[in-house]
Each structure stands twice: as C-alpha cells, then as structure tokens.
Design a protein around this ligand. Sequence first.
Ligand code: KIV
Length: 273
Amino acid sequence: MSTNTTDNQRKVTTLRLAEMKARNEKIAMLTAYDYSMAKLIDEAGMDVILVGDSASNVMAGNTTTLPMTLDQMIYHAKSVVKGVKRALVVADMPFGTYQGNSIEALSSAIRIMKESHAEAVKMEGGAEIRESIERILCAGIPVMGHLGLTPQSINKFGTYAVRAKEETEAQRLIEDAKMLEEIGCFALVLEKVPAELARRVAESLTIPVIGIGAGSGVDGQVLVMHDMLGLNKGFSPKFLRRYADLATIIDSALKNYIQDVKDVDFPNENEQY
Ligand code: KIV
C-alpha cells in the first residue's frame, strides 16, 4: 500500500488539516445535512463535512439561515455523524446561540459536541465574538472561523454581494483573520471576498483558509451540496460550479415512476410476491 493510499484512508482531524496546509495539499469541504448523503460524501473522500446552517435554506426552505435552532442543528449533525467514517465533521453554531455572551456560547457548543458527536464548531464573526470563541476553545472544542460574507448578518449587510472590496473592510478582515489564528481557531472560512484578498490572508496564516467565492489562492474550497449537485435550479452565483444536474435527473425519474404507475407497468411480475 502506498503512503498516499494509507493517508487517504486516515481519519481527518484538525491536526491533519494543518499538515495538509503545510504540504500544500488542498482541502475539499462540502455541506451535508443527513445520514445518506453524508455517507456518500464521506465515501467519495471529502476531507471535511460541514453541517451548515444553510440547512435552513436548502432543507427547511427559509430565505435566510437565521431561523435555524440549536435543536435542529443537533438533529442534522447527529444524522451526518452516523454516516461518516473519515471526514472531519464540523457543525455550524446557529444564529443566536453564541452572540449573546460567552457562557451561553459555551453551553451551545457543548450541547452540539455532546449530543451530535460532531468534532468541531464553526462560528461567524471576528473581534465582536472573540470572548465566546476563546471560552469555547478553552473547553477543548475546536473552532473554525468564518469571515467575509457571513450570512447570519444578512440583515446588517442588506445584500449577498461580495464583501471587503473597500480598504477599511479588507483591513478589518485581515486583522480578524490574524486574531482568529492567534487565539487558536484551527481553520477559517472566507466567503465571497476578492480573490486577491483571500490569497493574501491564506499566505499570511498558518491555519488552513477554506474559500467559497474567494478564488483559488486559498487552502481549500467549500460548497453547499445542493448547489454543486444541481438540486437548486434558481441559484447560480458566479463562484458556483455545478458538477451534476440532479434536479433534471430526479424530475425525469419521478415522471417515469408516475407514468409507470398510471399505466400499471409498475410493479411487474418480477416486482411482486
Ligand atoms: O452554512 C453553510 O453552508 C456555510 C458554508 C456556505 C460555508 O456556512
């Protein structure tokens, strides 16, 4: 067995992600929200599976991530963990479960870890949530940061447009990223920021920087599973590459099934007892 095969079968940990960055190996990350898809994604060799609060959009049909509750996140994360053997499973901390104060943040993170068995949490924000992140880190819970377009702040931004195009916001992002590394976050997601800024941040940090709409100069990429598999027909931002058109495939399968039932073609003799 080659070293590479052995390595590909090793459980992904936060330490392993740091090793990947050190040897310039890109990190592949994708969201999942349920057991069956998580199993497929893990078996395909994904490094990190994010139980994103994008579940609020793609699973529950909400227009923002804000309605996601801690109980709902734990439910999704628990289902995902059961399907995963190799990937690192990271669960999003939902809106309102960590911004109030650091004690509340810690108890939310502990519930996620204890009840779902996820291996890390992700939190949106920089200096303004530093105390909460530090308290969670002190409890031995790995934290992935998230800067740039942070969807939980959509009502403050008022738009899903690219963030940090202006110098002041770019400078604040650079400082927040440095701070997140210094206090001990194991990785950082940068969402929808200029590629050049993302490259600068990734080059200046030793922790892995995972981009979504942040160009190729970062240490890895993350996408929402429904978007990259073509389940979300109406969502086509510039940064998205569709790897399948599952909406069309599913539509055709469903129509064939309906027709077969109507025609009494299904079930046939071999499909009954
Ligand atoms: O919730 C989510 O899916 C995310 C990714 C877009 C990074 O936070």
